[in-house]
Write a protein that binds this ligand. Sequence first.
Ligand code: COA
Length: 250
Amino acid sequence: MTDHILVERQGAIQIIRMNRPDKKNALTRAMYATMSKALAEGDADPSVRVHVFLGVPGAFSAGNDLADFLVIATGGDGGTEVWDFLMALAKVEKPMISGVDGIAVGIGTTLNLHCDLTFATPRTLFRTPFVDLGLVPEAGSSLLAPLILGRQGAFALLGLGEGFSAERAKAAGLIYEVVEEDALEATVLAAAGAIAAKPPEALKIARDLMRAPRDELVARIKIESGHFFERLKSDEARAALTAFMTRKKG
Ligand code: COA
């Protein structure tokens, strides 16, 4: 477990906060494991009604730690933590909402496709540079993004790696609302409070009815992960990852 994820309760709200500011909340294996555990424990605890994902000021998440990807790209063991987290997202039983401020790259974007409500600040930029890294979309995004954004919006996000500002993300249906930085967390917690006050059984059925079928989502994540893992070992990915890890900052 790691203190780069802070798990906290506010009444019936479970807050999962990514807290690795010096690396813009790039996610390590330990961070994924802690988030999976929190989702499982929150789901199992009847006093928890809703999960909330937050980051730090200016960074929701810069995506998977690229040093961890480079380990796999160079023949090392990647562990099961990422897979376990993707399964946790696909199977979670209770509503998830997110408050996004600033950097939202890779899984920092695709995590929100699993959320029932996402609030983001005006300075937020959603971006998934999978193809530029020699990789492919993950976390079920190849299934969820076309459903949410339409085929062409999904291609712009996942294929071209175009950045989506908060305004564009709202217009595209990727997020629910744009909220100023100083109001973000209060707004998210108020929405979480409203969710927590609903009759949980009815809300669960309603939520399940609105979501992509779990079996289909799990099957898609499996297919994506097969490609993703192979791509990590490709020359394209190795070159892109090495370039990032060895870049000189000016
Ligand atoms: N993996 C590992 N380290 C990362 C990281 C990642 N995904 N994203 C950022 N970091 C690290 C940087 O290497 C830097 O570390 P250092 O201070 O030891 O050099 C630190 O976090 C701060 O990042 P920096 O690049 O200086 O911040 P920035 O505000 O100029 O840029 C990003 C932020 C997110 C735009 C840029 O860091 C980036 O492009 N990161 C990679 C994102 C990515 O491709 N994620 C994977 C998607 S699948």
